[in-house]
Design a protein around this ligand. Structure first.
Ligand code: NAD
Length: 469
């Protein structure tokens, strides 16, 4: 294990990892588990400081949210990797067709080499350390480029990873878009990107120049269908929770609702009650995260002013009078907003919202709701609420999305055995569980000829041997 100074230029860090990955291709289970243990210890020892760094980056974001959404998920992932890596890294024997017998065949699972991980700001620990841990379990070296929008977190992450790992095992490169572009242009063996669809296109283009395969975990507009058979009160709190976790700054947050026409008042009332139950106050409530930056806050406000100007009905849910006295704007905490009667073509319905604004569209027939979804890019997540299983199956069979949770929101991401990823503009490639392990693994095909093989059916001279084929 050679220690390379962490402040080396990015290319030198890459070269050191590249050399190390080529000099030790067969990475034993004990070393993989040791690396996972070091990752676990890092979270145990530095978790509190990291959560405080996240809080400092957002303004308001509770330490408990980081505990649940980042560390709980990471500990579960590490547990899964520690439990299964030994089995997942083993070769798989496969049956051999009659015309190749008595040869045998197997698939050997090997590390790819050096993995690049580019992370977003919204869950800055889970979405950098999670892919990194999975890549380490698969025997790789990892370079991480965390988001420049969470500078406290990124700096601390770099420091603690540098203590726990040699830089040719794991290292961190910090910086904004220029650094990120240079990072994406390195000839990684695989580049794992989590972020927006627009930047995902740039990442894919930069990686293509090196024929570097990518996983793109992107965003988009995830619909939430309320079926006619749905108990709206019980759905509303689940939708409010999924939407307002991290103030809507979650890739799989419900982006908009499709509601049976005529039930708008019922939904509005139930959603407002759910908000008050989850967040009795907004301003000053540590559970209600700030919008990450002034620029992001201004973008959300501009979506709302366009909606108002174009005649939409914008309902701001003021959770309590207390928030009126608090410096809500100063903290960039933004009240939840429902938008009804949305004219078509609004930016609100063209862009991923990524904040606490929830447009509510209405439909007459379920197939109209399905058509609305199918006219847009394929979503990262889809939510369906109701008790009519026939209607549920009709929606599941006639829409394509990265994942689905039925009668709740967000939860499919937390299931180890479900691959997580997008489709089309919401991304490509998936991870979590064995799918994630295989993402960072070369599955090498090996055919072993038998010493009893008697010449070959396929050698010339062919004569009339294949005339009947
Ligand atoms: P972003 O695309 O703006 O930035 C993500 C990362 O890309 C940052 O580290 C940034 O520095 C880097 N970057 C910027 N320009 C680059 C370039 N030219 N080349 C390479 N990298 C570049 O995304 P964000 O604002 O940090 O995150 C929000 C977005 O991420 C939303 O769209 C959200 O839906 C998506 N997201 C997706 C998932 C998922 O798992 N699918 C999870 C979280 C967030």
């Amino acid at each position: 294990m050679t220690q390379t100074p962490p402040d080396l230029p990015m290319r030198a860090l890459f070269d050191a990892q590249y050399r190390a990955s080529r000099s030790q291709i067969d990475v034993p289970l004990a070393l993989r588990l040791d690396r996972l243990q070091r990752m676990r210890a890092l979270i145990d020892v530095h978790g509190a400081a990291l959560a405080e760094a996240v809080q400092a980056d957002f303004g308001v974001r509770s330490l408990q949210l980081t505990e649940v959404a980042d560390f709980f998920v990471l500990r579960a992932l590490l547990g899964d990797l520690e439990k299964h890596t030994g089995a997942w890294m083993k070769a798989r024997r496969v049956s051999t067709p009659i015309y190749l017998q008595p040869a045998s065949a197997h698939i050997q699972r090997q590390p790819l080499g050096v993995i690049g991980v580019i992370g977003p700001w919204n869950y800055p620990l889970q979405l950098t350390l999670g892919p990194a841990a999975t890549a380490l379990a698969a025997g790789n070296r990892v370079m991480i480029k965390p988001s420049e929008l969470t500078p406290h977190t990124s700096a601390l992450l770099a420091a603690v990873l540098n203590q726990a790992f040699a830089t040719d095992e794991v290292c961190v490169v910090q910086g904004g878009a220029d650094v990120a572009h240079e990072f994406a242009s390195l000839p990684f063996d695989h580049l794992f990107f989590t972020g927006s669809t627009a930047v995902g296109r740039k990442v894919a283009a930069a990686a293509a120049a090196n024929l570097t395969p990518t996983t793109l975990e992107l965003g988009g507009k995830s619909p939430c269908i309320i079926d006619a058979s749905c108990d709206i009160a019980s759905a509303a709190i689940k939708i409010a929770h999924g939407k307002l976790l991290n103030a809507g700054q979650t890739c799989i947050a419900p982006d908009y609702v499709l509601l049976p026409r005529g039930r708008e008042a019922e939904f509005e009332k139930a959603f407002a009650a759910a908000v008050v139950r989850l967040f009795p106050t907004i301003g000053g409530n540590p559970d209600y995260t700030s919008i990450v930056s002034d620029r992001h806050h201004a973008r959300l406000q501009s979506l709302l002013s366009e909606a108002r100007t174009q005649g939409a009905r914008v309902v701001e849910i003021r959770a309590s009078v207390v928030e009126g006295a608090h410096t809500v704007a100063q903290e960039r905490q933004m009240n939840p907003v429902l938008v009804f009667d949305t004219p078509s073509g609004l930016r609100l319905m063209r862009e991923e919202i990524f904040g606490p604004i929830l447009p509510v569209l209405t439909y007459r027939k379920l197939d109209d709701a399905i058509a609305t979804i199918n006219t847009g890019p394929r979503p990262l997540a889809l939510y369906w609420f109701g008790s009519d299983t026939g209607a549920r199956d009709h929606v599941l069979s006639n829409t394509v999305s990265g994942g689905v949770t039925v009668n709740d929101t967000l939860l499919h991401i937390a299931h180890d055995n479900l691959p997580f990823g997008g489709v089309g503009e919401s991304g490509w490639g998936a991870y979590h569980g064995e799918t994630g392990f295989l993402r960072f693994t070369q599955q090498k095909s090996v055919l072993v000829q038998s010493r009893f093989a008697m010449g070959s059916l396929f050698y010339p001279p062919y004569g009339k041997r294949f005339d009947q084929v």
